[in-house]
Write a protein that binds this ligand. Sequence first.
Ligand code: NAP
Length: 485
Amino acid sequence: MLKQSNPFMKQANLIGGEWVAADSGETIDVVNPANGQVLGTVPKSGQAETARAIDAAQKAFESFRKTTALERSNMLRRLHAALMDNQDALAELLTLEQGKSLAEAKGEIGASAANVLWFAEEARRTYGDVIPSPWADRRVMVNKEPVGVVAAITPWNFPSSMLARKIAPAIAAGCTSVAKPAELTPYSGLAWGLLAEEAGIPPGVINIVTGTASEIGDELCANPLVRKITFTGSTRVGKLLLSKAAATVKKVSMELGGNAPFLVFDDADLDRAVEGAMVAKYRNSGQTCVCTNRFFVQAGVYDAFVEKLAKASSALKVGPGVEDGVQQGPLIDETALAKVEEFVTDATAKGGKVVVGGKRHALGGSFFEPTVIAEATPKMKFMKEEIFGPVAPVFRFETEEEAIALANDTDYGLACYFYTNDLRRAFRVMGELKYGMVGVNEGLITTPEAPFGGVKESGLGREGGHQGIEDYLDTKYVCIGGLGD
Ligand code: NAP
């Protein structure tokens, strides 16, 4: 049973170490997608509160940038401990506002903690260079310095871990930040404020503002004190932020939409492919940027793959995320549900065959049945658009060249997956796929140690890996002269 109140449910902005309401006193309701009940409210803030949060972050930056790498590493270690000590409560809050199963929510908090620990380690490795000088009397060196105030805007599908990937490298680098969580899932974002307090991170290093996205976003883009924008969300909003950030030439990192292909060749281990397909399709009810959007299966194993995938899909337990054993929660809201329905209608009108699922779930609300659609063709909507729901369209292909061409026929380039037991094919295909991340015989590849990010319209920059801290650092070249005899 759920507790009546969650210790991490904060219903206020965090600005300069103070928990405050919106200037207007106005609030926004936050709803549990599993039952439509209002969980609480958050401030409906706008330009003025955002500007104050930026000022607070700038003020904190003046001293925070002078802390040592070891001090910041230790702060992050304490933050990691705070996350792990409170994993259950944080997971419960996440499930309540986002809908995913408690098991997945716990996994997400674990992933947040893993990111924080990774950057606690990376904080101590922001090496510069000493370059062999072309002059006898001068020394040439390169230093790394924090960029300054960072604006972090995050989506609703991973409301904790998407912020972890931004806050942790920012702290590691010596930057301060202003975060704007998604309106639908603000509590897991605001919880970072409490966790930061528990970890002894100085006031003003993390500021969090909720409210009207366009007003907050415009101030974050226009304010010259903000030196970097890091965004995870849709390609549409990412493009908007890119154009607005241009006015003050900020650094930008963009983790945007995906359209992941999942290729299964005749020589693949079919059971392993289906196992990978299940996680690559149905995690978070299909609402992840790296979720498979299109399955391409070679003709020789097509029928067998569809049959196995349909069987596994129909066995998924759908229900409220807080219930024991549930594997598939609701979609985030009615709009998401209507969009998924539209994809199915479009596919069936164009000859697609619903093998399993295909409609709203009997549970009502925003629950949708895990769905497999056979005989998918490139004319169907999901060839080009992100489904963001539990629908698995399966396309048939004959040759490797055809599969690669189909997989690359998209404006996106985030994650892709393929299954083969032929080593030569594995190397050929991984080289041909125009994606930032490739899973070979694996359907779940995200880890803090590796660089996460896309090419083409899926984004700019990388989160995680040793690359993940680079965007939070400026490079300063120093030439020291007058060192001759
Ligand atoms: P979204 O609509 O782009 O929203 C993302 C964030 O941007 C939210 O905080 C939203 O605020 C904010 N936002 C909206 N309009 C804005 C504006 N004019 N100025 C500033 N901020 C603005 O995306 P979403 O629907 O939440 O998330 C789903 C998308 O994220 C999918 O496309 C998915 O593929 C992508 N995603 C990508 C990654 C990755 O790492 N590449 C990871 C996860 C998700 P409000 O919520 O208040 O509207």
